[in-house]
Write a protein that binds this ligand. Structure first.
Ligand SMILES: Nc1nc2c(ncn2[C@@H]2O[C@H](COP(=O)(O)OP(=O)(O)OP(=O)(O)O)[C@@H](O)[C@H]2O)c(=O)[nH]1
Ligand SMILES: [Mg+2]
Ligand SMILES: [Zn+2]
Ligand SMILES: [Zn+2]
Length: 1665
């Protein structure tokens, strides 16, 4: 310890102090050696013989031979010489170290002790990494004062990384955050700690700062060491140069750890020219001046050095000294540490201390105990200053060994009265040996305050600098170190091999940089331009849009091919080969090494001249405009960028089909990049040179990263925006310990990203696993932007970054900066807000140190705010006209919490200024605020993970390239969420519908069971009310479900619209149901009434018959003799005829349906004021097929000017409308024909309603069709219908034909008569009759009512039918199937009659699916057995009833009235039923049931699937159709169907549009089909005409003015439309023929599209990969 007392100084020759510094551990070889000087006899011999044992081991023979030849006993005078010689020999061979084995183990013990107290042992082998410190954990929220020794390393590290000047303070648990550096700054915080004098803590309790530093470095890996030293250097702390031997046998020189430090200064030699030097510390040759201590000393050498180095009026503690807080704690392991500090001039002759840079080193501990370090210092230094109290004989001996050294020696004496004379004597002795003169001895007297000495010292140093030739770099120092046996940290294998690789690469760079990085040069620039032009189409000229696009695509492909054809340059190959085999840390080191090498190369450029203008005269040479990128400023990112280009090119080749997937060479690269990111390497996101993003590359790197993170990558994105060189990167680095490039001469360009892990314990709190920090290049003031589109690029950059971020920090320096930056930011926010993103924004004002500036700043800010409102308004008007907004509407802004003031980074004048304590403090506060913000926000919108981020990036970028950003943006997350939610939507909707269908089934059944006279209005209203209630209930349930899904799901705000759509849809479908139910009720009642009438009369008839039969039976029985069968039959025949002749009941007339319909048509036309004379029966002449367009349909009177031109257009349109309408009607007619119900005039009314509705729609009325169009249309439709409906009616009449029935009845009654007459036991027979005549039809009806629902349910919910779960999937499979079949008729059908096609497809699928499948049978069985079970249950329950059979039946029907429609009246001979034994009857029914079941099933099985489906009351194909058909609207241009979910939504959209020719669009003049695709059209400069535009030209870009409900966005990717291009080129001719037009002139490259590519594009568009 330097404060060691003078206890041992009484004997100046030898005092066998346990150690030179009072440190008990320091027992070196010197002590026994010196002992021999006292009594050289025995001891000497013993030592010599002991030494000779060692001789063989370490080859230090000559020392021992010197010893042996010394013969001390004989020549005692010789002893001094011998000793000196010994010393020299020992020093030369570094023996001291090797001989300190014993003490080494003691040191190890001490190290162990320190490490365990610091709780650092775990890191001894597994070194600490920078990432360990970057991790965000709860502790990063508050800056705590260390409470225990174990906190010290973390405290130190965290503070150093945050550039906190108080980092070295190791005092425990006091003073709070009021730190020592704060005292200098004294910002008036006046904390309590200031008042109470700090009594120094119990020294055992804490550790010396240097001990902590040594321990931390010992436990850190190379990168962390580098980071620590870099930041220490920014704080102007002295750095460790030689780390004492702690656990390794030798001490270590830190060289690699300092490699990253770059300093910038202005030597006086350049003061005139205002040039500056900016160099790596390690590579700058400088003279070295060393300070060491000999023996003890009463004053602090380090303190003195601080004085020497501190600039005038500003004291700074470069070195830790004993007066500093915790500086007087005893050092445990740091003795022997050599620290290094620098002085750099700022170029100001009157205030700089030294004109050129100089190195000051400082050895901790006594040189006697650290001779190796001392020797090292004497070798490398220009001058060594020895601080001492006294020089006795022993010290004299030590110093004499320096004889012959070329170094200048100075002595600083802290003169002590007692020893002064001896010291002077010794100096006299040493004077010739060390070439001392008077100037070399300085004295520090007690009464001077030291300033004098400081000045003298400074003068001496200056003179040393003048005279010495020894100006060496640290690399050269390392050479000396190695010679002395000192380890150098970069001598490790890892470093060396990395360096070799790097050197090889840089060799290439030197010779052929442009060749090596060729792809990112002109080629990438060209790619960028083409990509942009593809979106903007600015130079389209007269070339048709698709042709122009094709040309551009051709160009793009060509460029990519060129890139791909480039050989991987040898240098780049070396790069990959060097990088590939390394582990992640090795990779990072390799890149660092490369960076250092490249910087070394660039060094030749310097010194550079300061650009004029920006910096005011005399200002420190810090930040000036330096726009030209020096040729040498290559970084590792350029290599990665080049590889990214290779990757992209290759990818494009594969996509174009020009290369096989198996040939790819670069697939492993994204993995490497991901590894690097995990190591903390900032990855380039936007290439700032080309202003473009290698999208595929970035996507794949992020995907790899996601995989490496095990799929857990939810993250918060934090970014910074701001003016150039305003310290953005510095801010982020300080805040999070990141490694973004910071350099005053090299601007960040583009954007880089870095990943920070959130501690597991904190992830829940912050609701994220990572922070993704994006550092961006500075935004230029528009007026400064030299490039024409510089501002545009800035705009893009800002928008992209804001769009990606959750939190944006806007960094600003001054008022002008503020204005330009804010302008860009506002614009970005405006756009981003429009697409539904709402990032938080913080404003950081840099360099506001004093109060005054603060106030000024506030005023500036307010000024700017005012202007901003103006800007906002203007920008808003540009982006989206509409309501006015102000700045604070756009940016979530609260002046209190969103404005942050951060003081200037430097405290004083660089380069000697340390970091301003205020800076690090406010950055720390900002960090806390950010984390707090994240925490508060964590409940909000869920954060994106990496794949989502890259999707998002893709969309943003695509939209940015287009002119109209907001409109072009496709929100991938919303799409994803939308797709997911729409599946849920469909699922729930079906759930709802199923319930409703079942409910209606019951309702219907119930109605059918009611006696007609019971169905009065009251009854009906009640039923209707019940149904309504049930509907409401189900509706509420389902809405609740969906709301829960939306609100709880991971979908965020995108789905508000969808929620509304869902609600609307559900309400709508529930009201549809309501209507339907009403309709059903109505129908049921009518039907029941009608049938009732009929059955009623039949029942009457039967009643009579059965009465007569009863009479006959009695009559026969009363005759004495038994009648034979023939006799009985005769009697029966007579009775039958008699009854029949009385009844004229069944002579019903055939109703002429067409007449009724004609009457309805007339009624309708009259109603619409279009009375037409109708011939009776005329309807029967019309069919749908016979409809064709006639001239008189077009009303040509309304416009004469454009008549000729557009007649054809109108004609086609009208024809189309008529066709589709008739198709719709036909479907309706067919549906009715297939149902079992009888004709009802409602059918006719409904048809007319359909036609009227369609004709009233806008697009039709715009066609101005004549009246006869309508009339004819209706005639054709109703004509067709009349025939069909007549058939229905006839058929129904036939089935219920009483005459036919009568015959059957007759037989049945006769058989009954026979049975009754012969008194047979008939319960079995009657039971069978009951089963056949009543139960069976009821069960069949039950099955038919429910089977449809079950089938639909089966299809919609089963996994194999995923196709129907969402519209997108359905579209995809349909398209895919079409492509596979690749047949023109199919395509035509699909395009022309989408609905019909879809229906046919669904039916096809159903038929196919159930034809082979057993599942249908199972379903039938299931449904049927449910019914049968019910029947069984009823039978069982009525077992014990002994009532009559009639009563039994009544009860039976009553219980089942909601399930089965049983008309017991239909049972023949019901009158005699009571003659049957009830119990037996019931029992027989029971036994027949299973037979009945299999009979029904068998019958069903026999049915052809088609006819089976036609009988079902709920048609599954219709239900499925409703699921997938949606609103049924088609794109007004290309006819692509809408994909939005539900039937009722605010906007229609489709994933992919088609060439418009496929939708019959053609050029009016040439009649050629148009190949333009809607998605191109909307951003190109074309126009269109159609009825909706009144046949005027209308620009495509503004199509929304005409079709406001369609959302057509530009394609997300250039391959999106390949599918339909392929179809078009395949069938161009066929389409033309079908459309009666000429084939389109397709761009030539469409011909090359393959089926495979078409499929691929389809998969991508529908995200099916
Ligand atoms: N005087 C002063 N210099 C600063 C301050 N903050 C950073 N610097 C220095 O300014 C230079 C540029 O800092 P960077 O952090 O790279 O700035 P940047 O905003 O990232 O720069 P670009 O990305 O190139 O726009 C570096 O030399 C920093 O040390 C500050 O507050 N005051
Ligand atoms: Mg930067
Ligand atoms: Zn379209
Ligand atoms: Zn729609």
């Amino acid at each position: 310890m330097e404060s060691q007392g003078k206890s041992g100084s009484c004997s100046c020759v030898v005092s066998l102090r346990s150690a030179g510094g009072g440190n008990s551990m320091e027992k070196t070889v010197r002590d026994p050696l010196l002992g021999t000087l006292d009594d050289p006899g025995q001891e000497f011999e013993a030592f010599a013989s002991k030494g000779s044992d060692r001789q063989s081991q370490d080859g230090s023979g000559n020392i021992w031979s010197t010893l042996q030849g010394a013969e001390p006993r004989d020549k005692p005078d010789n002893r001094k010489e011998v000793t000196m010689e010994l010393q020299r020999a020992i020093n030369q061979h570094g023996l001291a170290d090797r001989l300190t084995n014993t003490t080494g183990s003691e040191r190890r013990g001490a190290t162990q002790d320190v490490l365990s107290r610091l709780k650092m042992e775990p890191y001894r082998s597994r070194k600490m990494k920078l990432r360990d410190l970057q991790e965000i954990n709860p502790e990063s929220l508050q800056s705590r004062t260390p409470r225990a020794v174990g906190d010290l390393p973390w405290h130190f590290l965290r503070k150093v990384l945050a550039l906190d000047g108080a980092a070295r303070n190791t005092s425990l648990g006091q003073g709070g955050s009021g730190d020592q550096a704060g005292r200098e700054e004294n910002e008036g915080e006046g904390e309590g700690g200031e008042i109470l004098p700090h009594s120094n803590t119990d020294s055992r309790a804490s550790l010396h700062p240097l001990d902590v530093l040594c321990a931390v470095l010992l436990c850190s890996d190379g990168f962390l060491q580098q980071e620590i030293l870099s930041r220490m250097s920014m704080c102007q702390f002295a750095l460790p140069l030689l780390l004492p031997a702690l656990d390794s046998p030798r001490c270590t020189q830190l060289l690699w750890a300092m490699r990253d430090i770059v300093r910038r200064w202005r030597p006086h030699s350049l003061a005139q020219s205002r040039g500056f030097r900016e160099e790596s510390l390690v590579l700058t040759p400088m003279p070295t001046v060393s300070f060491v201590r000999l023996g003890s000393c009463s004053f602090s050498k380090s303190q003195l050095l601080n004085e020497v180095l501190s600039p005038a009026q500003q004291h700074h503690d470069f070195f830790v000294h004993r007066d500093m807080e915790s500086g007087n704690v005893r050092r445990e392991i740091a003795d022997g540490l050599v620290e290094i500090a620098w002085y750099f001039p700022a170029g100001r002759e009157n205030s700089d201390l030294f004109p050129e840079p100089v190195v000051i080193t400082n050895l901790r501990g006594d040189i006697e105990s650290h001779q190796l370090q001392f020797r090292f210092l004497t070798e490398i230094s220009s001058a060594v200053f020895i601080v001492t109290e006294s020089i006795g004989e022993r010290e004299c001996v030590l110093l004499s060994s320096l004889q012959g050294s070329t170094t200048q020696y100075y002595f600083i004496l802290s003169a002590l009265a007692e020893t002064r004379s001896e010291t002077l004597r010794s100096l006299d002795t040493l004077a010739p040996v060390l070439k001392l003169n008077k100037l070399n001895v300085l004295e520090r007297s007690h009464d001077t305050n030291g300033t004098e000495l400081v000045e003298i010292l400074q003068r001496s140093i200056r003179s040393v600098m003048d005279s010495s030739q020894k100006s060496v770099t640290m690399e050269v120092l390392a050479r000396t170190a190695r010679e002395l046996g000192v380890q150098v940290d970069e001598d490790c294998e890892e470093c060396q091999s990395a360096r070799t690789w790097a050197r090889e690469i840089t060799a290439h760079v030197a010779t052929c940089q442009t060749e090596m990085l060729k792809l990112q040069g002109a080629l990438w620039q060209a790619v960028t331009e083409v990509e942009r032009e593809l979106c903007r189409m600015r130079d389209q000229g007269a070339v048709p849009a698709e042709d122009y696009k094709s040309q551009l695509r051709g160009k793009l492909a060509e460029l990519r091919t060129q890139q791909n054809n480039c050989e991987l340059h040898a240098g780049l190959r070396t790069f990959v080969n060097g990088l590939e085999p390394l582990n992640p840390a090795g990779k990072h080191r390799f890149l660092r090494e490369l960076k250092l090498m490249l910087e070394l190369m660039a060094k030749d450029e310097r010194p550079r001249l300061q650009a004029p203008g920006r910096a005011s005269p005399g200002a420190p040479p810090t930040r000036e405009e330096d726009d030209a990128i020096p040729a040498g400023s290559l970084g590792a990112e350029h290599f990665l960028r080049e590889l990214a280009q290779f990757y992209q090119a290759e990818h494009a080749m594969v996509k174009e089909g020009k290369m096989a997937k198996s040939q790819r060479r670069f697939t492993h690269l994204p993995g490497i990049a991901a590894e690097l990111m995990l190591e903390g390497f900032p990855m380039e996101l936007i290439d700032g040179d080309a202003s473009n993003i290698p999208l595929q590359w970035v996507t794949d790197v992020l995907a790899q990263l996601h995989a490496k993170l095990g799929g857990r990558s939810r993250m918060l994105v934090l970014s910074v925006l701001g003016g150039q060189g305003t310290g953005k990167s510095t801010l982020l680095n300080t805040m999070f310990g990141l490694q973004f490039a910071v350099s005053s001469s090299q601007r960040t360009r583009g954007a880089f990203m870095s990943l920070i892990q959130v501690a597991e314990t904190f992830q829940q709190d912050l609701a994220c696993d990572f922070l993704l920090v994006i550092d961006t290049g500075g935004l230029k003031a528009p007026e400064l932007a030299k490039l024409e589109d510089g501002c545009e690029h800035d705009n893009e950059l800002a928008t992209l970054v804001v769009g990606l971020s959750d939190i944006v920090i806007v960094n600003m320096e001054n008022a002008t900066d503020m204005k330009t930056v804010l302008q860009l930011v506002v614009h970005a926010f405006l756009r981003i807000k429009e697409i539904g993103q709402n990032p938080q924004c913080l404003f950081v004002h840099q360099n506001v140190s004093d109060v005054l500036a603060h106030g000024q700043n506030r005023r500036d800010w307010e000024d700017v705010l005012e202007q901003l409102d103006e800007i906002t308004k203007r920008s808003r008007r540009m982006e989206k006209p509409g309501k006015e907004v102000t700045f604070s509407d756009i940016v979530n802004y609260d002046p209190e919490t969103h404005n942050w003031h951060i003081s200037d980074l430097w405290h004083g004048v660089p380069p000697m200024a340390p970091v301003n304590p205020g800076y690090s403090k406010s950055v720390g506060k900002l960090k806390n605020h950010l984390l707090e913000l994240i925490r508060i926000q964590s409940g909000g919108i869920p954060l994106k993970n990496l794949p989502q981020l890259s999707e998002w990036l893709r969309s943003l970028w695509n939209a940015l390239k287009h002119e109209n950003f907001i409109f072009s943006f496709r929100n991938p997350l919303a799409t994803e969420a939308y797709n997911k939610a729409s599946m849920k939507f469909s699922e729930l909707e079906w759930e709802f519908q199923k319930k409703m269908h079942l409910c209606l089934c019951e309702q219907q059944t119930f109605l059918q069971n009611q006696a007609p006279d019971e169905l009065d209005t009251e009854r009906l209203t009640q039923i209707s009310r019940e149904t309504k209630q049930k509907l409401r209930h189900e509706e509420d349930k389902i809405l609740e479900c969906f709301k829960k899904y939306i609100e709880g799901g991971a979908s965020g705000t995108h789905l508000v619209q969808l929620k509304e759509d869902f609600i609307r849809n559900t309400r709508r479908s529930s009201s549809v149901f309501d209507n339907y139910s009403h309709h059903l009720l109505e129908r049921a009642r009518n039907r029941r009434k009608r049938l009732g009438k009929y059955y009623h009369s039949e029942a009457e008839f039967r009643k009579i018959i059965e009465q007569e039969l009863g009479k006959l039976l009695e009559n026969c029985r009363s005759r004495g003799e038994k009648l034979s069968n023939e006799q009985l039959e005769r009697e029966f025949q007579a009775m039958w005829r008699e009854v029949l002749s009385e009844s004229m009941l069944f002579s019903s007339v055939k109703r002429p349906i067409f007449q009724e319909m004609q009457r309805l048509l007339e009624e309708d036309l009259e109603h619409r004021g279009k009375l037409m004379h109708q011939d009776a029966g005329i309807l029967l002449h019309y069919t749908i097929k016979s409809f064709s367009m006639k001239k008189e349909y077009l009303d040509l009177s309304w416009s004469t000017t454009v008549k000729e031109l557009f007649t054809k257009e109108k004609w086609q349109k009208a024809e189309e409308i008529a066709m589709s309408l008739m198709r719709q009607c036909l479907a309706y007619i067919e549906e009715k024909a297939n149902s079992t119900a009888n004709y009802n005039e409602v059918y006719c009314r409904e048809l007319l309603g359909m036609i009227n509705e369609r004709l009233q729609q806008g697009d039709v009325s715009e066609l101005h069709m004549s009246d006869c169009f309508e009339v004819d249309l209706k005639r054709h439709v109703l004509g067709e219908a009349a025939r069909a409906f007549q058939k229905i009616y006839d058929c129904f009449m036939r089935e219920t034909d009483p005459h036919q029935n009568l015959k059957k009845l007759k037989l049945q009654y006769f058989s009954i008569l026979k049975d009754l007459y012969s008194d047979k036991e008939v319960s079995q027979k009657r039971a069978r009759d009951f089963c056949d005549q009543c139960l069976k039809p009821a069960l069949v009806d039950y099955l038919n009512k429910r089977l449809g629902i079950a089938i639909a349910d089966d299809i919609l919910r089963s996994g194999q039918s995923i196709n129907y779960t969402s519209r997108g999937v359905f579209q995809f499979t349909t398209h895919k199937k079409l492509l596979e079949e690749n047949s023109f008729p199919n395509y035509l059908k699909y395009i022309e009659n989408y609905a019909g096609f879809v229906k046919a497809q669904i039916e096809g699928h159903l038929f196919g699916h159930y034809r082979e499948q057993k599942s249908l049978e199972n379903m039938e069985r299931e449904i049927l057995s449910a019914a049968i079970e019910k029947v069984q249950r009823v039978l069982e329950n009525s077992k014990d009833q002994t009532d009559s059979t009639m009563a039994f039946l009544d009860n039976f029907c009553q219980v089942l009235q909601k399930d089965l429609v049983i008309s017991k009246d239909g049972l023949v001979g019901i009158r005699f039923i009571n003659t049957v034994n009830t119990e037996k009857f019931a029992a027989f029914i029971h036994t027949f049931l299973s037979e009945l079941e299999s009979q029904i099933l068998a019958e069903f099985n026999h049915l052809e699937i088609r006819s089976k489906l036609s009988r079902l009351s709920v048609k599954p194909q219709d239900e499925i159709f409703k699921r997938v058909f949606g609103c049924g609207k088609q794109c007004p241009f290309c006819k692509v169907p809408c994909e939005a979910v539900g039937t009722d939504h605010t906007e229609h959209f489709a994933s992919v549009h088609r060439p418009q020719g496929l939708g019959k669009y053609h050029r009016l003049k040439t009649n050629k089909l148009i190949c333009k695709i809607c998605t191109t059209a909307v951003h190109s400069s074309g126009t269109f005409r159609c009825p909706e535009t009144q046949w005027e030209d209308h620009p495509f870009k503004e199509y929304r003015a005409i079709f406001p409900y369609w959302r057509i966005q530009p394609d997300p990717d250039i391959n999106t439309s390949e599918y339909w291009k392929f179809v078009f080129k395949e069938f161009n001719g066929e389409f033309a023929k079908a459309y009666k037009a000429k084939p389109a002139a397709l761009p030539r490259d469409w011909e090359k599209i393959t089926q495979e590519q078409a499929l691929q594009s389809l998969e991508e568009s529908f995200k099916m990969k």
